[in-house]
Design a protein around this ligand. Sequence first.
Ligand code: NAD
Ligand code: DAU
Length: 347
Amino acid sequence: MKVLITGGAGFIGSHFVEFFLREYPESTVVNLDGLTYAAHPDTVSRLGHLGGSRYHFYKMDIGDPQVAQVLKSHQIDAVINFAAETHVDRSILDPQAFVRTNILGTQNLLQVARKAGNLRFVHVSTDEVYGSLEPQDPTFTEQTSLSPNSPYAASKAGADLLALASHRTYQQDILITRCTNNYGPYQFPEKLLPLIIANALEDKSIPVYGDGKQVRDWIYVEDHCRGIDAVLRKGKSGEVYNISSSAEVLNLEMIKKTLGLLKKPESLITFVGDRPAHDRRYGLNPEKIKKELGWKPKYSLEQGLQLTVEWYQQNRSWWEKVRDKEYFKYYQANYQPKGSKTGEVMS
Ligand code: NAD
Ligand code: DAU
């Protein structure tokens, strides 16, 4: 199989590239990524070494019509779309970038995949499109109506609706996955878990939004990748599949667990102002993918968390590099795709 993976220089996409090359030795992977701030430069070179002649990389925006040439020249069989602006806090500061990539970019990909001969198209989406649950509510199923609260979630919901409309209108071979909060190695340290670990290792305070009693449903990134692969190979066209390890945890509890593994004091916890429209609880029902495609998670939260903490302890240079103010100057000069906005320097 020859696959085009978009956003393969980011957190989940890079794990998927690695997974695919390892799992399918006959496959070819074409990675297309615009290299925003979220793509670590070391990831690009690491995947290049891993993939050898079975791997190709294009620095390109998913909104670029030239993606059509990439599909044609590599005779691609399937597209897996990971590329997105992904951080909720950034979407509150600059929603435009989210509309541009997540909606307009996805629409361009849908169109070029259709014109290239109706290629199988897996669109990687999120549980955030369903909105927020109350403590007693049952978990979200694929039938739950969409009710996004942040500009990020709204832009992902918009892309999901365009993808489903393309299936209905043009009989395009499209599948959607919606997954919960991922964690694991190589996650950019603006997201909660790598932020906690990096701050704790540097004895810096851990900012907790609001009362810290929000609930997130956590999944180890490799389990997500295996779920996407199951959907790519066995999923029914036009269907949505939820992916979850059913590990709902309060933010404060997650932070305390992590500090415990790092042997760092809970006194680092610092309550700060809340995120506007902060979703209180996510919880996803994964029965459909389990029953229909035979997927199940391999990692418990304890196993995944242990592996993640160890990785960040052993790979300080990876995350130190992107917390360095120089990093943003570097990617501004080298990596900024046309029209995109620079991320702010992290403290
Ligand atoms: P990430 O922010 O780590 O990586 C995103 C990648 O997309 C980066 O390499 C970036 O350079 C690339 N990109 C951004 N805009 C682009 C554009 N216009 N053209 C080409 N490339 C572009 O993201 P992630 O956390 O790995 O998430 C990957 C996908 O999975 C996203 O679609 C996200 O919505 C979805 N998702 C993420 C999670 C999670 O917990 N991280 C959970 C569920 C779903
Ligand atoms: O649910 C899937 C989604 O998970 C993905 O679609 C998104 O791309 C991904 O970013 C993630 O969104 P969240 O908003 O849930 O993740 P984040 O890591 O930003 O925050 C997790 C929780 O922790 C959330 O309730 C906000 C809180 N938080 C976050 C940060 C960064 C804090 O309390 N302090 C922080 O500093």
